[in-house]
Ligand binder design. Structure first.
Ligand code: 4NP
Length: 159
């Protein structure tokens, strides 16, 4: 049992999938009345987009579902994230191996595939960056579904 819990979403660029997960999950948490007990952030394993706003297509797709991610800015994953956050949820297996390599050295929160909390049968959120707009809808569907499962899990420790 704990007063509060922190969650970090990780992808490659921190401009498509993980900021979408941050925005969607924040909305789910706010609707559950738990905003003051769950801290949420996102980052990318890569450095290319540091300081940038989310991809325009990600902003548009999220906005159509009532989620505003326009204020988010990309940052890079760092070792201390594994100590600063209780749960580290990654979008794909490449993110997982990249962050697990750090975890093996520094310990802390062991990175997990975000979709392990969903029931879609998928284990990765596909990278939509080089595809069309439909890819961003798939990302939102998968993230929505896993967010419900993640919240249910966090509620167990918050009770
Ligand atoms: P994300 O998508 O990891 O979901 O933010 C990507 C964004 C940018 C790049 C790759 C994936 N990129 O190669 O620049």
């Amino acid at each position: 049992m704990t007063e509060s819990v922190s969650v970090l979403f990780v992808c490659l660029g921190n401009i498509c999938r993980s900021p979408t997960a941050e925005g969607v999950f924040r909305q789910v948490v706010e609707q559950a009345g738990l905003a003051d007990r769950i801290r949420i952030d996102s980052c990318g394993t890569g450095h290319w987009h540091v300081g940038k706003t989310p991809d325009a297509r990600a902003q548009q797709a999220a906005s159509q579902r009532g989620v505003d991610i326009s204020q988010l800015r990309a940052r890079q994953f760092q070792e201390s994230d594994l100590v600063d956050f209780d749960r580290v949820l990654v979008m794909d297996k490449q993110n997982l191996s990249d962050t697990l390599r750090v975890w093996e050295r520094v310990g802390g929160a062991k990175p997990e595939l975000f979709l392990s909390y969903g029931r879609s049968g998928h284990d990765e959120v596909p990278d939509p960056y080089y595809g069309g707009d439909q890819g961003f809808e798939v990302v939102l569907d998968l993230i929505n579904e896993a967010s419900e499962g993640l919240l249910a899990k966090l509620r167990e420790s918050l009770r």
